[in-house]
Design a protein around this ligand. Structure first.
Ligand SMILES: N[C@@H](CCC(=O)N[C@@H](CS)C(=O)NCC(=O)O)C(=O)O
Length: 318
């Protein structure tokens, strides 16, 4: 069933602050989740390109988009943000116990499907569609920021990426043809991860339209996903968000389950292993199967707990 999950009786949710920019696909995953769960949230716009001093004041180094902030806790990476929102907002879980592989499929979409779309959309006709209105200077600034950012990701030619996408889309079409309304049966995180990537593809102009046209069930499913909308967002400045962190009373409870070479209170760096490797440093205050948490202090944000997913991040003792 592709219905928004019913909201259970539960205490009023805390103030959710999403730091994002409009064009970010990973932020779109989270915005659609917020829409699906009919959430009210605060929207902080972050610049698409470096420098991002107000982001770094919260994270201490990590620069990727989006971030979720609740008080003086900040969650990095949409895979972890999705779990926090699922818990925070209640209703039927988007990580259903009956579909244990939904999160694995979501991870595949966030990596393999995502980079196939990015590389397909690097062909001249797509670039002209997406960036044709920009000046040469603006285009060069985007390339100068993003080329080193993604340098560690293997690159496909647009043609090879198109061939991969045709296969992936055919698989999804067949899955939806076999009586499923959603990617895994019931609505799950896999739908949101595939939806944000196809959202980006559908904005890539005529070559993408041509590629997608035969996949009618995929397009219908995607339209249903987009119909969730974004919930109720209210703008907040990044200065206000930093003040919110500085004034927060305490942090989310967390503790360290020791791992070899990692113990409570030790100074560590945490960095993404795939791309965008900028590390955050701090005191290890939380570690479990799902997340690693460091505590760090900033003159403007105060003492912040920064949470990263355990999967896909390298923890290095100082
Ligand atoms: N695995 C990360 C990927 C995030 C990501 O690559 N975000 C892009 C924007 S969609 C980004 O950070 N680009 C560089 C930037 O915004 O500085 C997640 O799920 O949040």
């Amino acid at each position: 069933m592709m219905q928004p999950p019913p909201m259970a009786d539960r205490p009023a949710p805390r103030e959710l602050i999403l730091h994002h920019f409009e064009l970010s696909p990973f932020a779109e995953k989270i915005r659609l989740m917020l829409g699906c769960k009919a959430a009210r949230w605060r929207s902080v716009h972050i610049p698409m390109l470096m420098p991002k001093p107000d982001v770094l004041a919260l994270t201490g180094g990590y620069r990727r988009t989006p971030l979720l902030q609740i008080g003086a806790d900040v969650w990095c990476d949409s895979a972890l943000i999705a779990r926090v929102l699922d818990r925070e907002l209640g209703g039927a879980s988007l990580f259903p116990a009956t579909q244990p592989l939904a999160a694995v499929l979501a991870q595949w979409a966030d990596w393999t499907l995502f980079w196939s779309v990015i590389d397909f959309a690097s062909q001249p006709a797509c670039l002209a569609h997406r960036f044709g209105h920009l000046t040469d200077e603006q285009r060069l600034a985007i390339a100068a920021d993003r080329n080193p950012f993604r340098a560690s990701v293997p690159k496909l030619t647009p043609n090879d990426a198109g061939a991969c996408l045709a296969q992936y889309l055919q698989s999804l079409e067949s899955q939806l043809a076999s009586g499923h309304e959603c990617v895994c049966g019931d609505l799950s995180i896999a739908d949101f991860s595939m939806a944000h990537v196809l959202w980006h593809l559908r904005r890539a102009g005529p070559p993408a339209e041509l590629l997608l046209a035969p996949f009618r069930r995929v397009l219908k499913w995607h339209d249903r996903m987009l119909a969730f909308g974004h919930g109720q967002a209210q703008a907040m400045s990044s200065e206000q968000a930093l003040q919110t962190a500085a004034q927060a009373m305490g942090h989310e409870a967390c503790s360290v389950t020791p791992e070899p070479g990692l113990t409570q209170g030790q100074t560590v760096s945490v960095a993404a292993v795939d791309y965008g490797h900028e590390a955050s440093w701090g005191e290890l205050v939380g570690l479990n199967a799902l997340e690693v948490v460091i505590a760090r202090s900033d003159v403007r944000a105060g003492r912040v707990h920064v949470h990263f997913p355990r999967v896909g991040f390298r923890i290095t003792p100082a």
